[in-house]
Design a binder for this molecule. Structure first.
Ligand SMILES: C[S@@+](CC[C@H](N)C(=O)[O-])C[C@H]1O[C@@H](n2cnc3c(N)ncnc32)[C@H](O)[C@@H]1O
Length: 282
């Protein structure tokens, strides 16, 4: 096979390597070789929308257009799978430990970062969870939830805060009633996050690998950072650097949550492991 043959519009091995390097350099994601088919399928739609006939041409277009095309490209290559109350054992952990942590704080403020928030289910879950944990009398003005992602498309959905029947399966009927408004749009039933929940969350586009941490938030010491199911796409060097930056932005005793299947043991000099996927800053 001539890997440089691009005539049939397929993603050649050469083009795949070019995209792979480009993604690593711009997003920090390490696309494994067996994901070539996945990348081809994800970019196909974009080529069609632009009327571009080959992946090689699209690569040149992407490089020439600089940041104009980058947003679409990133949205096409990132995986934004998420759900409400994902990883139930972590919510159990917070239910059992968070009040005690909060009692140790003098100002009663709680600063939380959902880093890699995808379409918003995670930060809205945080807001709902806190309302259920702290009850009606709490001053929710003291709680800030920063939610960031690199994908403009995912962030657009997160800001809209409207979810269809497939997305709301992790929520009880009581939670849907209390925190969502049921609407019908184009014949589809959607659940729109109520303003009382929405106002606790600030959404921002941010690249966790190449973005400047100094500008992501004025908060110097977060109480909880969620970065769940994001670092699985990064290699060891990128992960290590990111974990160090997270540690530098956590309050002492504050929590760093990663996905259940992720381990930070190899990078965690500054962290204590509390349970699967839950670490606290030493
Ligand atoms: C699988 S989703 C996880 C969503 C949520 N944290 C959860 O666990 O349900 C991973 C998210 O990480 C985002 N992501 C990937 N690389 C990123 C980067 N370099 N900077 C910021 N976000 C990134 C993707 O856009 C995607 O929305």
């Amino acid at each position: 096979m001539n890997i440089y043959n691009n005539e049939n519009g397929d993603l050649t091995d050469r083009d795949f390597l070019l995209f792979k390097k480009y993604i690593y350099d711009k997003v920090g994601i390490d696309i494994e070789d067996h994901k070539k088919g996945l990348l081809r399928n994800r970019l196909k739609k974009r080529l069609k929308a632009l009327g571009i006939g080959s992946y090689g041409e699209y690569y040149e277009f992407l490089r020439r257009s600089r940041d104009d095309e980058l947003g679409y490209f990133i949205s096409a290559v990132t995986t934004n799978v998420t759900s409400f109350f994902r990883e139930p054992r972590q919510w159990e952990f917070l239910k059992a430990n968070l009040k005690e942590y909060m009692a140790s704080k003098k100002d009663g403020r709680l600063n939380i970062w959902s880093a890699g928030c995808a379409s918003g289910e995670e930060p809205y879950t945080i807001a709902i969870f806190l309302r259920e944990l702290l009850g009606n009398g709490y001053d929710y003005g003291k709680i800030s939830i920063l939610a960031t992602d690199i994908s403009e498309k995912a962030l657009g959905k997160a800001k809209a805060g409207k979810y269809g029947a497939n997305a709301i399966t992790g929520l009880s009927a009581g939670q849907l009633n209390a925190y969502f408004i049921k609407e019908t749009e184009g014949g589809e039933t959607l659940y729109s996050v109520r303003e009382s929940v929405r106002k606790s969350v600030e959404f921002k586009i941010f690249n966790l690998v190449y973005g400047n941490f100094a500008y992501v938030s004025p908060v110097k010491d977060f109480d909880i950072i969620f970065c769940r199911n994001v670092m699985i796409y990064f290699d060891s060097a990128v992960k290590k650097a990111l974990v160090e930056r997270f540690i530098s932005r956590l309050a002492k005793g504050g929590y760093l949550l990663v996905g259940h299947s992720e381990s930070l043991i190899e990078f965690g000099g500054g962290l204590d492991s509390r349970q699967y996927g839950v670490y606290s800053k030493k």
